[in-house]
Design a protein around this ligand. Structure first.
Ligand code: BES
Ligand code: ZN
Length: 637
């Protein structure tokens, strides 16, 4: 059995073939393209997909709200690649394994297995002895009520207050907490599921949800396209459906569904636009599931059924770029997938670029520019504080990453910036055709940064040799910081916001309401972001009297306004801050507030009190992040 430390050092010497000579192999100084193609070891999985890979998964499971468990059987159809292999290694976390069987001669017989002690990051390795290299293996298991990939909500924590709710969040490595799997994006498989639950809840999966399905506690699903494990998803609750178009619609609690459908009414246009740019949508339906506000992310691109935070439903569609983003993953991510989290930018950078193209096409260049400007301003702020190794788009082999934090603004915004730079240099027409070809070429595959670069060299760079130098590409992909020649975005909308802010800070005179009445979320965000480190309490009061930022229903404004009030000692905002962080569990919106509070002893005490009240309603991922922030607070005891 190889240790994790050895695996990490193997990753640094992949060129030489780590299983043979890990000690003496030379370490390449700079990784050159094509090096990693052969074996790209996923540091976040115990699986050995070069030996055997899951080709199909059949689940037969029960969702039990009383015990807060998912349990039943997972049957794998296996593709044995190594004729000498005699084990199937699966990832699990906090699962109880009840039985393992193998199929031979049309009968199931028990197989020996060992469940290793739990590693805090990776979970427990499940090693199944398969001397006969069975074509099918079946595991009977049960999840833990504390499964890191599931949240169980009591009826009181839902909109309707009548029925309980449950949802999964499998990315990055949480699928293993509710299904034993080869939990690495290097393995893709089809799946089917038979799911039972109490008859009054609707169950949905990242599969072929039927908008007309009867709510009866017995559901079947099929996902005929091969997906990686982080796209496994399940949700159950008081969920109803409302269509947007023939192939798209919204699932939500009854009290939310009309509002959500209105906010997301442009989804069909978004699908059509993306198809025009990058080829057909290959997943049949595209539906969205609106989750409770405790969902720890903004959105999750579960195939055929994106999971969406309710915090983007603000009534004026100004935050629907999130839908564009999750939809875009149907090409960049779900169709062409990173082969491990250290190539995260292949998913998130490409998707942020495609998202911006969709926004531009539906809402115009100005909206798209404002969104790029906001993202890049925060990237510029964040990147300076990051260790150099993590400022590169492609994380060098051997760099240790926390799976839940692997994707920073670098993957998203530097990634999108790199693609926008290429678009500008090669021209939109040429670049669009190139990307379309890329999605087609690698469809349903999981790839590395180097595979992308090889493909781009042949199909873009070498075709127009003088437009971008090799050194420039290398700098964008492997060097820290932002390259000096990065294209700049101009926004007229922000000039008016800047002018208004500067005038107010100089004279105390707020802008004419005729001006601010036309401002959209992004302009308010920019207005607040430009205020600097602190304002006086009087200034904050004046802004609050005029614009009612404190208590805002818009999380993008709240996540910027509240930290400013905390830094400035404006304690009047505290009751609303408490309400906000106790109601919302989306990490992006609440972590900046906790981080700011944790900087003073008094703020830290307030944060601890709110967290104690919020905790029962938080998702395990959010709880983990808040705990880590409060534990390392400089103001702490
Ligand atoms: N796939 C991500 C969410 C994710 C990333 C979950 C890494 C776990 C690990 C999703 O597509 C995403 O990027 N969501 C963003 C929204 C977005 C508009 C940038 C989010 O949640 O904020
Ligand atoms: Zn994403």
């Amino acid at each position: 059995m190889r240790s994790l430390a050895l695996l990490m050092s193997c990753a640094a010497v992949l060129v030489a073939g780590c299983s043979k000579e890990p000690e003496s192999a030379p370490v390449a100084a700079t990784p050159k393209p094509a090096i990693e193609k052969v074996v790209d070891r996923d540091e976040h999985s115990y699986a050995e997909p070069q030996k055997v890979a899951i080709a199909d998964l059949a689940l037969d499971i029960a969702v039990d709200f009383d015990t807060r468990t998912i349990g039943g059987t997972a049957t794998y159809t296996l593709d044995w690649k190594d004729k000498a292999a005699t084990q199937l290694v699966l990832d699990t976390r906090d699962l109880t394994i009840e039985k393992v069987e193998g199929e031979a001669n049309n009968a199931w017989a028990p197989l020996q297995y060992a469940l290793a002690a739990k590693d805090p990051v990776l979970g427990s390795k499940l090693t199944i002895e398969t001397p006969a290299r069975n074509a099918k293996v079946k595991v009977t298991y049960k999840s833990s009520p504390e499964a890191s990939g599931l949240q169980w909500l009591t009826p009181e924590m839902t909109e309707g207050k009548q029925l309980p709710f449950m949802f999964s969040q499998s990315q990055q490595i949480h699928a293993r907490s509710w299904v034993p799997l080869q939990d690495t994006p290097q393995v893709r498989y089809t799946y089917s599921a038979h799911v039972t639950s109490r008859p009054d809840v609707m169950v949905l999966m990242s599969a072929d949800n039927d908008p007309a399905a009867a709510r009866d506690g017995d559901y079947t699903f099929k996902m005929p396209q091969k997906i990686p494990s982080y796209l496994m998803a399940i949700a159950a609750g008081d969920l109803v459906f409302k269509p947007i178009s023939a192939r798209s619609g919204v699932w939500a609690e009854p009290a939310m569904v009309d509002k959500a459908t209105k906010e997301f009414e442009d989804t069909e246009k978004m699908i059509a636009t993306t198809e025009q740019l990058y080829g057909p949508y290959r997943w049949d339906r595209y539906d969205m599931l609106v989750l409770p506000p405790s969902f720890p992310y903004g959105g999750m691109e579960n195939p055929r059924l994106s999971f969406i935070t309710p915090t983007v439903i603000v009534g004026d569609k100004t935050l629907v770029s999130l839908i564009a983003h999750e939809l875009a993953h149907s090409w960049s991510g779900n169709l062409v997938t990173f082969s491990s989290a250290k190539h995260g930018w292949l998913n998130e950078g490409f998707t942020s670029y495609v998202e911006n193209r969709i926004v531009e096409s539906l809402y115009g260049k100005e909206q798209a520019s404002m969104e790029y400007a906001i993202a890049r301003n925060s990237l510029k702020k964040e990147i300076g504080t990051m260790p150099e190794a993590t400022q590169a788009l492609a994380v060098k082999p051997g760099t240790k990453l926390d799976a839940d934090d692997a994707l920073s603004a670098v993957s998203y915004d530097k990634g999108a910036w790199f693609l926008q730079m290429l678009e500008e240099r090669f021209g939109r027409q040429e670049f669009d055709a190139f990307l379309r070809g890329y999605f087609d070429h690698f469809a349903f595959q999981s790839i590395t940064t180097e595979q992308f670069l090889d493909y781009a060299k042949k199909n873009l760079f070498d075709k127009h040799p003088n437009l971008v130098s090799d050194a420039e590409i290398q700098e964008w992909v492997y060097a820290p910081g932002i390259p000096a020649r990065a294209p700049q975005v101009q926004s007229r909308g922000f000039s008016s916001t800047d002018t208004a802010r500067i005038a107010w800070q100089g004279s105390g005179q707020l802008p004419n309401p005729q001006v601010t009445d036309t401002w959209i979320t992004q302009q308010w965000v920019h207005f607040i972001e430009g205020m600097g480190d602190k304002l006086t309490v009087e200034q904050l009061k004046q802004l609050d009297d005029a614009y009612h930022f404190t208590g805002t229903a818009n999380g993008e404004i709240a996540m910027r306004w509240y930290p400013l009030t905390i830094r400035s000692g404006y304690v009047d905002a505290r009751p609303e801050i408490a309400k906000f962080i106790e109601r919302v569990g989306r990490r992006k919106l609440i972590m900046p507030i906790y981080e700011e509070l944790a900087k003073t002893p008094d703020g830290l005490a307030f944060a601890r009190e709110s967290f104690a009240r919020a905790r029962p309603g938080y998702h395990p991922i959010t709880t983990g992040s808040v705990e880590a922030t409060l534990a390392k607070a400089p103001a702490g005891p």
